[in-house]
Ligand binder design. Structure first.
Ligand code: ADP
Length: 165
């Protein structure tokens, strides 16, 4: 099992599904870097700083997790922190093709880093950040889908009050 591993993502916002994968991956790795990708082509709802702060709060009880951020190639970031593995979550067959392409591309870039896939609990396998953002935008109850800190910030965003106001 990897001494150092990375769980990368956009985490816009982090969901109970992400947290489930973090918990599972942290049991397998010595140190797990949960790394926010900062250079995605997607236009995020939450700033990198907000996503970073949310991840720090919701993973605070897991001692071997470090929250970090990266831009540029994931495989280069993995090498920088000395990781031998990348964890990704697989929810359904629909995730598979993209994840398969990413894993093989990353292997071609660096054959020393393995991609490992984890399935979340079935309670979370339907959750996606995009659908949760839509529910939040339309004023729905987010408590079944995200940790309370995330629901709170989303509510503040949509009520027009910035963070901390
Ligand atoms: P990305 O933009 O890199 O796909 P996401 O934040 O959407 O970032 O997802 C990060 C990782 O977490 C991906 O491997 C994704 O498949 C996985 N993931 C997302 N939602 C869930 C969930 N509900 N359960 C398990 N894994 C998930």
């Amino acid at each position: 099992m990897p001494k150092i591993a990375v769980y990368p993502g956009s985490f816009d916002p982090p969901t109970n599904g992400h947290l489930d994968v973090v918990r599972r991956a942290a049991k397998l790795a010595g140190t797990l870097y949960v790394a926010v990708a900062t250079n995605t082509t997607k236009e995020p709802l939450f700033s990198v700083e907000e996503r970073f702060a949310l991840l720090e709060k919701i993973t605070a009880g897991i001692p071997n997790v470090k929250v970090d951020r990266f831009d540029g190639l994931l495989i280069d970031y993995a090498r920088t922190v000395g990781a031998s593995a990348i964890f990704r979550g697989l929810r359904a067959v629909s995730d598979f093709e993209y994840e398969f392409q990413m894993a093989l591309t990353n292997r071609r870039l660096n054959n020393e880093v393995e991609t490992l896939f984890l399935m979340p609990s079935q309670d979370y396998s339907y959750l996606s950040s995009n659908i949760i953002k839509e529910v939040g935008r339309l004023g729905g109850d987010l408590s079944p889908f995200v940790p309370p800190e995330v629901a709170e910030l989303m509510k503040r965003k949509h009520s027009g009050k910035g963070p901390g106001k």
